[in-house]
Design a protein around this ligand. Structure first.
Ligand code: COA
Ligand code: THG
Length: 581
């Protein structure tokens, strides 16, 4: 089928659906929801069999849904309606939730139901649920709906009508007052729930040490105590705030009304050292198991002769200091005698490369970008040059840009089934990219495929990545199942009789590569390009970064996504756009 995605942005859910539908043989083109006229134009150009709205905040115009079948992917069970479905599910402590594919009509989210897939709720933030459970269920629901569409005997079900004639249950957006926290009254569980229901956006408003802020990314703390509302500790940029029955960690804040008001930054950076004077920094040794529940960004451990390093950086973004800390943890882990090391990344993201928000907050963004890339490169090199251990990257979540190449620095890359990779930099203002990608990508896929991957700028699903040789193995029924199986497979590797032979071969291979072209030469050449991107005349990267971190709405759909606009252009010039990426 010819499917048009009408979407607010090409977010993780739309990307996952995109790779899965293309895998099923459908052609998918994308149009950002800019205004009704542009939407009508896209539909006229492409004449899709079906419009799918994976992530849409506005109404599809009647001119479109009357003439073309349109499906809304709603992150709620059958009957649930409105713009804040997950916020309500978290706040009301739903035990089970779901994703429903509804047909768009005049009344928002009240159209006939094509499919619905349930999932068990987890104590996690809205964005984490969205990226994992909701995305998995959305793919399954759309696939079910497509099966139903192929079968003329199966038609969609209308929503049940209420006694007053309305359909389903409409629930409005949350107000700021509904999200408010009373630190003298609310217990830790309530506070966690409030912040999680508002995470990644819009955050919970409040005041900390006199500064009006929005709070993000909260984690339980089971040991520290203090006066309710007081800040009792800091750690790696996060703050620990006492509650009436314990304490919680809050890792990120946005200052309200500040000069750089809408940047989401580590809490301690937003509050500043003056306000935080007297609050102790409670560092944690990354390889020591923490006592009780707490927040720890980098955690390493050894189990069954395998060393593991998990790094759960918020949104997968890795600032200069986070890269340095991770590198230090890596070196610590290397001091142990284990011969298999597994890089686990985070639960939601493996890594998304340099930290664009932190860079944006610096006075000299070009210098900050340069430093961050150098730190990513140092870390990547340390992994590539680890020639006495077998290194595995195990991707439980998505990776983008430099984060993908960091993963490719390992000897083997394993991937959970729903993972989406974006192994390219060009979407960020035509960045050339570093992290030794010019060594690591052709080494895996060959130079021609490498060029295709970076030029196409499209997301790549786990299965396709496996076919390209970008990753070595995809297994497990889900990300959770994958994580369970990783331990078993790593343990097998550590116990395998040919481990020593593999390590010998690795060392020989690395020496051969180094002799043919040293790593430093790759880095130097990449950084020559990066210098132009950061310090040169063309400001594209700085503009793209500004738009990204400030969430500037799209004003057009890029042509690499809008197939229909390429076809339009090709028809006019007599070219065949479908075959020209
Ligand atoms: N630096 C800082 N923040 C980043 C980031 C990065 N490299 N990558 C992602 N984020 C943040 C986003 O700002 C967003 O923040 P918020 O929700 O807390 O406001 C959050 O991660 C999620 O990203 P978003 O695009 O909203 O949702 P998604 O998970 O559905 O989409 C991607 C994922 C990969 C499409 C998208 O995050 C992306 O393009 N990232 C940029 C990758 C990049 O260019 N990295 C650096 C270049 S070297
Ligand atoms: N039919 C048509 N178009 C649609 C839907 C539909 N477009 C997408 C939509 N479903 C997805 N669901 C919603 C439901 C409600 C709202 C937005 C998307 C909503 N928006 C508020 C507004 O527009 O004023 C803003 C809410 C907010 O603050 O976030 O109420 O079924 N044709």
């Amino acid at each position: 089928m010819r499917i048009l995605f009408l979407t607010h942005s090409f977010n993780s859910l739309s990307q996952c659906l995109f790779v899965e539908l293309r895998r099923l043989g459908h052609e998918v083109s994308i149009e950002f929801d800019i205004n009704d006229r542009v939407t009508e134009e896209a539909v006229a150009l492409y004449q899709p069999d079906l419009v799918i709205a994976p992530f849409l905040k506005r109404a599809i115009p009647e001119s479109v849904w009357r003439t073309t079948l349109c499906w809304i992917v709603h992150p709620g069970p059958v009957g649930d309606r409105g713009p804040a479905a997950l916020d309500w599910a978290i706040e009301e402590r739903a035990g089970e939730w779901g994703v429903t594919v509804l047909q768009a009509d005049a009344e928002m989210d009240a159209g006939d139901v094509w499919a619905s897939v349930p999932f068990p709720m987890r104590a996690a933030s809205k964005s984490s649920l969205y990226r994992r459970e909701v995305t998995d269920a959305a793919v399954r629901a759309v696939v079910l709906a497509l099966e139903r569409l192929q079968n003329p005997d199966l038609r969609p079900e209308p929503l049940p009508v209420n006694p007053d004639g309305s359909r389903g249950r409409w629930r409005p957006a949350f107000t700021a007052a509904q999200r408010e926290i009373d630190w003298q009254r609310d217990d830790s569980a309530t506070i966690l729930r409030r912040i999680r229901a508002a995470d990644g956006a819009p955050g919970v408003r409040g005041e900390i040490l006199g500064l009006p802020v929005r709070m993000y990314n909260a984690w339980p703390e089971s040991r520290l105590r203090g006066e309710p509302g007081a800040l009792i500790a800091t750690r790696d940029g996060g703050i620990c705030r006492a509650t009436i029955d314990g304490a919680v960690w809050i890792t990120h804040l946005r200052a309200i009304g500040g000069e750089r008001g809408d940047l989401k930054l580590p809490a301690t950076q937003v509050l500043g050292s003056e306000r935080l004077a007297g609050v102790p920094e409670l560092t944690l040794e990354p390889l020591a198991a923490p006592a009780g529940e707490t927040w720890q960004e980098i955690r390493g451990w050894i189990e069954n002769d395998v060393g593991y390093l998990a790094f759960d950086f918020h949104n997968g973004a890795m600032s200069t200091d986070q890269c340095r800390r991770l590198w230090a943890a890596w070196e610590r882990l290397r001091q142990s005698p284990v011969r298999v090391l597994v890089l686990l990344g985070g639960e939601d993201f493996w890594s998304n490369g340099i930290h664009l928000h932190r860079i944006e907050a610096e006075d000299n963004a070009a210098e900050a970008s340069w430093d961050n890339i150098e730190a990513m490169n140092d870390l990547t090199r340390a992994i590539i040059e680890t020639d006495d251990r077998l290194v595995i990257s195990a991707l439980r979540g998505n990776a983008g840009a430099g984060g993908v190449f960091l993963a490719l620095a390992a000897d083997e890359v394993w991937c959970a089934p729903g993972v989406v990779l974006n192994p390219h930099y060009k979407n960020m203002g035509n960045l050339y990219g570093s992290e030794y990608w010019t060594y690591l990508l052709p080494r895996r896929v060959g130079s021609e495929a490498a060029r295709g991957i970076v030029d196409n700028r499209l997301p790549i699903g786990a299965a396709e990545a496996r076919e390209h040789g970008l990753v070595d193995a995809v297994f497990g029924a889900s990300a959770t199942d994958f994580a369970l199986q990783v331990a078993g497979k790593a343990r097998e590797l550590a116990a395998s009789v040919d481990l020593q032979a593999r390590l010998d071969a690795k060392r020989t291979g690395r020496r051969r590569d180094e002799a043919s072209r040293p790593l430093v030469a790759y880095r130097k050449e990449e950084m020559r390009h990066m210098h132009l991107n950061f310090f040169g005349f063309d400001p594209s990267y700085h503009v793209a970064r500004y738009n990204f971190v400030h969430r500037v709405p799209h004003s057009r759909t890029p042509l690499h996504l809008a197939l229909h606009r390429r076809i339009g252009a090709a028809n006019r010039t007599g070219m065949n756009a479908r075959n020209t990426p």
